[in-house]
Design a binder for this molecule. Structure first.
Ligand SMILES: Cc1ncc(COP(=O)(O)O)c(C=O)c1O
Length: 395
């Protein structure tokens, strides 16, 4: 996707690390951050003056755009946190705290942002953790998740797409079977929202968790979740909200119930611009662009002797995240050479998801991960394939 995003003024690189954070961002993102910081700067919801009202307008505008992207009705149910990890911690604690002796269902594809708080609080509250393994192709069968859910399940935590292998878990079937027991499903959409078409309008038990700095093209330090009407939760973080200040109790209305303390309005201003860019381009169009490049990359690497590619070849169940190894080489060594010798930025190792590697058989060394984004080009892919070929051949 050409235009409206500029990068590489300082370093000329091929950036293939969009699953860690997207780069570059559309120029309008930085324009929006600067405009808020330079011309507005006030604290939304804290004072009634014109600048505070303007700041509140920016925050509400972002909730509005996000609710459009999520396909949901009520922008006030979009809650901001500082990243997806914080949102997950809030949700894990809130959903588990009154569930002593019950069970939680999750999968082996989860990021540590999910699996660490889950393991900790399950131990603490004596909750059984049911981990559904993915296959060697890194696919989770939704039926296996459904079979593990019963009337003693307090919540399901599923990854929409693996940040290691790029495999998608269709959440709809899981949401429907959990709904039969009135159970909420927390869906980690950090690798899908903005780049994979999705709508939550039909699911009042699904809580999508998002990050702002990947497919939504916003600044780092942004993220959150959407709380559907069918789910009622106690807050984990409490404090000043600028509302009901006379009361010792946390407000019970949204979003204030879950948004204590000053928001990252700089980040939210940028996130709003990122989401508006995504909505203008269209998620389908972005997906097509990224998957065309992904297929070109997959085919190119497949032909390189000694390269092992991971994950399935069902393209509708993939996002453009590609894990591979070169036989006989440590992934860290490969990534180091890609950076030093070819100017290619990517990520080696376990990618904060050790259980995914254990299930697929790439633990403990992990994999080299190329992850594509909106601003990558065919040329980037060709440079990457050529570089991997030269490394595999001993250069
Ligand atoms: C699948 C997945 N979940 C959660 C996270 C955590 O996101 P954040 O950086 O916004 O906390 C990431 C980020 O790498 C991720 O890839």
């Amino acid at each position: 996707m050409k235009g409206s995003g500029s990068a590489g003024k300082r370093h000329r690189v091929v950036y293939l690390d969009n699953a860690a954070t997207s780069f570059p961002k559309p120029d309008r993102v930085w324009d929006a951050v600067l405009e808020y910081a330079r011309d507005i700067g006030a604290n939304p919801g804290r004072s009634g003056h014109r600048l505070a009202v303007e700041a509140a307008r920016i925050v509400f505008g972002c909730r509005n755009l996000l609710s459009r992207l999520l396909g949901v009705g009520d922008p006030e149910r979009v809650i901001f946190t500082k990243n997806a990890t914080e949102a997950m911690n809030v949700l894990v604690f809130s959903l588990l705290r009154n569930s002593y002796g019950k069970n939680v269902v999750t999968t082996s594809l989860e990021h540590n942002a999910v699996s660490r708080p889950l393991r900790y609080w399950c131990r603490h509250f004596k909750i059984e953790l049911r981990v559904i393994p993915c296959g060697k192709d890194a696919l989770v069968n939704p039926k296996d998740v459904c079979e593990a859910v019963d009337s003693d399940t307090c919540a399901v935590f599923v990854n929409h797409a693996s940040n290691v292998f790029g495999t998608v878990t269709p959440f709809e079937e899981i949401a429907r079977c959990a709904a039969r027991f009135g159970i909420p499903v927390v869906l980690d959409t950090t690798q899908t929202l903005g780049t994979y078409p999705v709508s939550f309008s039909d699911f009042d038990n699904v809580i999508p968790v998002f990050t702002g700095h990947k497919g939504l093209l916003g600044p780092q330090g942004t993220g959150g979740f959407y709380l559907p009407e069918g789910v009622d939760l106690e807050p984990f973080i409490m404090g000043g909200t600028g509302s009901n200040s006379e009361s010792d109790e946390q407000p019970s209305f949204l979003p204030d119930k879950f948004e204590s303390g000053t928001l990252n309005v700089h980040g939210i201003a940028g996130l709003s611009a990122g989401v508006s860019w995504v909505l203008e381009k269209g998620v389908e169009g972005l997906r097509k662009h990224e998957m065309d490049l992904f297929l070109h990359l997959w085919e190119g690497l497949k032909g390189v002797k000694g390269v092992v590619l991971y994950g399935c070849e069902l393209w509708e169940r993939r996002v453009p995240v590609l894990s591979f190894n070169i036989e006989g080489m440590d992934p860290a060594q490969v990534a180091f050479s890609l950076d030093r010798d070819f100017g290619i930025c990517c990520r080696p190792g376990l990618h904060c998801a050790p259980w995914a590697h254990k299930a697929v058989g790439t633990y403990p060394e992990g994999t080299v991960r190329f992850s594509l984004g909106a601003f990558n080009t065919y040329e980037d892919v060709e440079v990457a394939v050529d570089a991997v070929k030269r490394i595999a051949e001993g250069m």
